[in-house]
Design a protein around this ligand. Sequence first.
Ligand SMILES: Cc1cc2nc3c(=O)[nH]c(=O)nc-3n(C[C@H](O)[C@H](O)[C@H](O)COP(=O)(O)OP(=O)(O)OC[C@H]3O[C@@H](n4cnc5c(N)ncnc54)[C@H](O)[C@@H]3O)c2cc1C
Length: 256
Amino acid sequence: MVLNEITKHPRIVIVGGGFGGLELAKSLKKFDGEVLLIDRHNYHIFQPLLYQVATGSIQAESIVFPLRKIFHNQDNVTFVYSNVLSVNAASNTITTTDGEVNYDYLVLATGSDTNFFGNKEIEHYAMPMKNVTEALNIRSLILQNLEVAFLEKDPDKKQALLNFVIVGGGPTGVELSGAIAEFRNHVLHKDYPEQKEANMKVYLVEGKTELLAAMSTEASVNAKKNLLEMGVEIYNDVHVKSYDGELLMIDNGTNI
Ligand SMILES: Cc1cc2nc3c(=O)[nH]c(=O)nc-3n(C[C@H](O)[C@H](O)[C@H](O)COP(=O)(O)OP(=O)(O)OC[C@H]3O[C@@H](n4cnc5c(N)ncnc54)[C@H](O)[C@@H]3O)c2cc1C
């Protein structure tokens, strides 16, 4: 395929095969022109279930779908696996890792990135969860920590390996802390009989006075109640000050 030659005008270039880009491309089924869907992955990620990949309850393959397959029955869509580097509005082109691409209309549906609120230290040490690789990294870290804790003799170091802190009590933080607690409550004693459930700690730290602040009061209250019953230790109305890869400092004086 020659990226900078338009075969049928108008050409709509959509960057991003997430929910937004996909919906748009599918809605253009009757469009009499060319649709180029560009993504740096050749699969769509169903982000709402990333937390289950991160806790090993489902395989990564269960939440990714090949973008090419989605458009088997839509001839006007061509998928291009490439990374978009810049937009050149004056010349109606974008620059990708595979060359220039011409467009008549351009849609940027590139999603969002994790917000570290300007804290470079946390950005360096914390583990975000926006894509499959990041979810698998979290899964590896959890399992690796449990393995290392098994052999660790120093009780403080052992405890540190068994402390899991989730910062952010929105939907993702609530789901992830709940899933890690479920793992602790139901799987740990089977796979790691030598580890005591009580020793594996799950903390959820949230700056607002309640969890799921953007949702209904009922959802917020129930989420907190259920997580507490599952043994998640919740800190509300506090902020993480720093994390150097070992010590997490909260502005209420708590260090984990
Ligand atoms: C862990 C988690 C759980 C969530 N749970 C829910 C939920 O339960 N309910 C709900 O409604 N929403 C949920 N969301 C939010 C929802 O997933 C997002 O709002 C939605 O995915 C946004 O869609 P999008 O198309 O804008 O971006 P995305 O889905 O992020 O897609 C962006 C696409 O652009 C591609 N891309 C980015 N930059 C480039 C580039 N330079 N070149 C080429 N390609 C590029 C990416 O590879 C990606 O495929 C969750 C999000 C996360 C992270």
